[in-house]
Structures are given as structure tokens and as C-alpha cells.
Design a protein around this ligand. Structure first.
Ligand code: NAD
Length: 491
């Protein structure tokens, strides 16, 4: 069985660790590869940092216009290999073909935005801030930076950071999720073709040990993390305690309010896509749907009709709308949550448990599930499910619904469906979440905008993507200059 290699100092190298974990296709449990794991992966991190440090000293002095040239090449490599990448994403993460292509597109858009770094990292100058004195602010790179990514977007998430980090002059080390490392292996085949100093961009595998090595290494200046909230909190506190700049994006629980004046057909289609896209394993998955004054059950019935026809199966098949969840443990955790909800009084409108897919009997499949009247103070409503489960709750008006939205611990996204501008305006102003959707079900910021989680969905100041990423990967330096006016002297 293929044990995955690290990419360090510009070449593929076996890990110092002999311990491995399996990379498993969630649709059929086929073991696709083994990935290095355990304490000795710390040695790999240390080697990657040494190589990255030397590469950084060379790269930071390459003019920014030249640095971004490698991004143009990277974009075309990603464009030319979309299908290959998408197949790997589907096989290791379970996504549908369309979802896999979609995340690659989002990755490419970040590369495109980072091509604007020569403008985005420009500083400021004020001439004659005092008589004969000029003051300027320039942005300089930080050095070697580390990035730790989750399983649910094997290609896209690293691109919220990587293109900006290298365009601004840093060296970059990525530690992908051990559950989905194959996509990153393919991406590094493309990165290997770029004209950059050896060691500038590295790949190290592993789990907690390699993450800790990144958090502890004194030459790592910044950490970008995306994953669950408990780990994000840990990364932020340990990274900052060790003097690093840290941006740590965490988990989510995304509420959606549907007002009585919403367009029923449009809303139900969009909400279903949001809840069940990526089998609910999306940090922007809608999860709790709050219907307001839906006494005639218009929105509830429309949601039921839209959802019941969705097909669950192996994601690469054209007619499949939803793939499996990532692991058997994840499947049994989600099914356990559904059962708990039922025991606590929730009514089942659609039960996706015990789903078997012909030809993929071992897959971690849960079909779309809808529960109604879920108790507000219980786990189904209070915790991130990360599975294809919709919880329907009812409220009397927008104020009650907003108060409920704002009572949650997370703040990644909140959405409103309405045809009223006044309601929309109130909602976007008062909702405690960093990404807001109005008649949008997955309010995912495009690459120009920060991926703006709040509360327990984000620890730090500057988010991934766009100008925030440029600021995160640079430090400002202010220079004040006086040059005696030699021309006014009499020689
Ligand atoms: P995870 O937190 O389990 O793992 C994320 C990364 O951290 C992986 O690389 C993993 O190896 C590492 N890791 C795991 N446990 C660790 C520990 N104890 N110490 C140090 N490192 C550790 O997350 P996941 O299950 O891979 O991803 C799903 C989660 O990510 C969900 O909560 C989802 O909401 C969140 N997510 C958030 C965003 C966002 O933008 N806010 C985007 C995507 C996913």
C-alpha cells in the first residue's frame, strides 16, 4: 500500500514516522493510501521549516511582479487538471462531481485575486508630513507560515491562504487533513512545476503531532487554521502564546429564517441545497430552519417535496445529488443525534437513516432527514451536526427569530428569506453573524471578500481571502525620512 510522501525542500521524501493511518473512500471503505502519522512527524516539520527559512530569504527579495507570475502558471495548471482533481476530491471526501468541480473553481478564484497583490500590498506615503520630512508605510512578509486544513474542502481551503502568502513574499507549509491528503498530493505536483526557490512551499502530513510542531517552532511566524471549534480554540491559544500571528476559523451552526412573504419555490430549493449540499458537511450548511407564521405549512410542505426526491449515492455518478459522510464514526454520531432528537420529542418528516446504496453497501450514507418541532435547548439545535439533517422550528415573528439566531454560540452565517427590503435591512443589521445571506442559502464570500466568521466560528482578527489575507501575511513598517536639501547650500 502506497504510504504518502511529504514534499520538503523541493522534493518528495518519505516521512521520519513509520506510523500511518488509512485514507479511506467513504463511499465504499476502499483504502486508497496510508498517510504518515504520530510523534515522529515532528521531525518532518522541523526539516520543512529549515528549508522554508532559506527559501524565504531568497523569495522575499524577488520583485512582487515576478512573484505573482507563478500564480498565473498555477491557475492554468488547476484549470487544465480540474477533472483529475475533482475525481480525487470525490473519492476521498465523498462529494458529488458538481461539488468537487465547484470547490476547485473557488480555489482558482483565490489565485486570480492574489494575482492583484502588486496593487493589494501597496503601502502609503505622505510627503512633507513635517517640513522636509516624508513618511511611508510599506508591507513586508512575515517569514515562514503554516496552514492546517480540514477534511471537508480538500482543495479550496488551502487557497484562502497559499496564493496570498507566497505573493506577499512568505514561505508556506501546509498540513492537510489526514482524512483527505490525496488532493493535496496532486496539487503539490502542480506546485512542483512552479519557478520558486526549493523549500518555499512544503507539504507535511500527520495529525495533532505535526500541528503541535508547527505551533511550537520558533521560526513559524503565523498559522492559518480551518477546522472544528475546539481545535480552532486550541490552535489560537497555543499559537498566540508562542508569539505567532493566528487566524483560526472554527465550526458553525447556521440558522435560516423564512418569513411569510418569502418566495416559497425559490426559498425551498435554495434552502434544501444549503442543508444537503456536501451531505451537510459544510461550515456554511444551513441547519436550523426557522419558519415564521407558516400556519398553512406552505414552506414546510415545499421543503419536504423538494428534499424527498434527492438521490444519495457515490458522488461521481451523474444522477447523484448527495454523497456519503466522511467516516462510519461520523455516520453513527449523526444517526445518534437524530435518535436523541426523536426521543426528546421531535417529529420525523423524513428519516435518512439505514440508507443502503446498491453497489456501495459499505458506504457511510445517510439520506436527507427532516425533523420538526425540535427542542430549542437540546443538542440537535445547539451543536454542529455536520450531516444531512434539517431541524424545523417555528417562531411568531422576526424579532423572536432574530433573538433566537443571536442566542447561539456560533456566528459563521445567518440567512433570511423574504421579499421585504425593510425586513432584510433589519436582519442584516442586527444578526450576530459574520456572513449574511438574504435570499441566499450558502453565503460563502467570494475570493475578494474575507471569510468572515464571528463568535465561536472564528478566533483572530484577519480572516482568509482577499485583502484580509494580504494584511495577515504582511507586517507594516513605517519609515520617516529627512534628507537635508543639499541644493540650497552654497558651495
Ligand atoms: P478538525 O478540527 O477535526 O481537523 C482540522 C485539522 O486539525 C486537521 O488537519 C486535523 O489533523 C487537525 N487536528 C485535529 N485534531 C487536532 C488536535 N487535537 N490538535 C491539533 N490539530 C488537530 O476538523 P474536521 O473534522 O477536519 O473539519 C470539519 C470542521 O471544520 C467543522 O467543524 C467545520 O465547520 C469546520 N470548518 C470551518 C470552516 C470555516 O471557514 N469556519 C470551513 C470548513 C470547515
Amino acid at each position: 500500500m502506497n504510504v504518502l510522501k511529504n514534499y520538503i525542500n523541493g522534493s518528495w521524501q518519505g516521512s521520519a514516522s513509520k506510523e500511518t493511518v488509512d485514507v479511506v473512500n467513504p463511499a465504499n471503505q476502499e483504502v486508497m493510501a496510508k498517510v504518515p502519522y504520530g510523534t515522529d512527524t515532528k521531525i518532518d516539520v522541523s526539516q520543512a521549516v529549515s528549508a522554508a527559512q532559506s527559501a524565504y530569504f531568497e523569495w522575499r527579495n524577488v520583485p512582487v511582479m515576478k512573484r505573482v507570475q507563478v500564480l498565473y502558471k498555477l491557475k492554468s495548471l488547476l484549470e487544465d487538471n480540474k477533472e483529475t482533481l475533482a475525481k480525487i476530491i470525490t473519492d476521498e471526501s465523498g462529494k458529488t462531481k458538481g461539488e468537487s468541480f465547484g470547490e476547485i473553481q473557488r480555489a482558482i478564484e483565490n489565485v486570480e485575486v492574489a494575482c492583484g497583490t502588486p496593487m493589494l500590498m501597496a503601502g502609503d506615503v505622505i510627503e512633507d508630513i513635517a517640513t522636509g520630512i516624508d513618511e511611508m508605510m510599506v508591507r513586508q512578509p512575515l517569514g515562514v507560515v503554516g496552514c492546517i486544513t480540514p477534511f471537508n474542502f480538500p482543495s479550496m481551503i488551502v487557497f484562502w491562504f497559499l496564493p496570498y502568502a507566497i505573493a506577499t513574499g512568505n514561505a508556506f507549509i501546509v498540513k492537510p487533513s489526514e482524512k483527505v491528503p490525496m488532493t493535496m498530493m496532486k496539487i503539490f505536483e502542480f506546485l512542483d512545476q512552479l519557478d520558486v526557490p526549493k523549500g518555499l512551499i512544503s507539504l507535511v502530513h500527520g495529525g495533532k503531532d505535526s500541528v503541535d510542531a508547527l505551533l511550537e517552532h520558533p521560526q513559524i511566524k503565523a498559522i492559518s487554521f480551518v477546522g472544528s471549534t475546539p481545535v480552532a480554540r486550541y490552535i489560537y491559544s497555543k499559537g498566540t502564546a508562542n508569539g505567532k500571528r493566528v487566524q483560526a476559523q472554527g465550526g458553525a451552526k447556521n440558522p435560516v429564517i423564512v418569513l411569510p412573504d418569502a418566495d416559497i419555490e425559490m426559498s425551498s430549493t435554495i434552502i434544501a441545497d444549503s442543508v444537503y449540499g456536501c451531505a451537510g458537511q459544510r461550515c456554511l450548511a444551513a441547519s436550523t430552519i426557522i419558519t415564521v407564521n407558516d400556519e398553512k405549512r406552505e414552506i414546510k410542505d415545499a421543503l419536504f417535496e423538494t428534499v424527498k426526491s434527492r438521490t444519495t449515492g457515490y458522488g461521481w455518478q451523474e444522477d447523484v445529488n448527495m454523497g456519503p459522510v466522511i467516516t462510519p464514526e461520523s455516520k453513527s454520531r449523526i444517526e445518534g443525534l437524530i435518535q436523541k432528537g426523536i426521543n426528546e420529542g421531535a417529529k420525523v418528516l423524513l428519516d435518512g437513516r439505514n440508507t443502503k446504496v446498491s453497489g456501495y453497501e459499505k458506504g457511510n450514507f445517510i439520506a436527507p432527514t427532516i425533523l420538526e418541532n425540535v427542542a430549542l435547548d437540546k443538542e440537535l439545535i445547539q451543536t454542529e451536526i455536520f450531516g444531512p439533517v434539517m431541524s424545523l422550528i417555528s417562531m411568531k415573528d422576526i424579532d423572536e427569530a432574530l433573538a433566537f439566531v443571536n442566542s447561539g454560540n456560533y456566528g459563521n452565517m445567518a440567512c433570511l428569506f423574504t421579499s421585504s427590503g425593510a425586513s432584510a435591512r433589519k436582519f442584516r443589521n442586527e444578526a450576530d453573524a459574520g456572513n449574511i445571506g438574504i435570499n441566499i442559502g450558502v453565503a460563502a464570500p467570494m475570493a475578494q471578500f474575507p471569510f468572515s466568521g464571528w463568535k465561536d466560528s472564528f478566533f483572530g482578527d484577519l480572516h482568509g481571502q482577499g485583502k484580509h489575507a494580504i494584511e495577515f501575511f504582511t507586517q507594516t513598517k513605517v519609515i520617516i525620512e529627512r534628507w537635508p536639501n543639499i541644493w540650497s547650500r552654497k558651495f
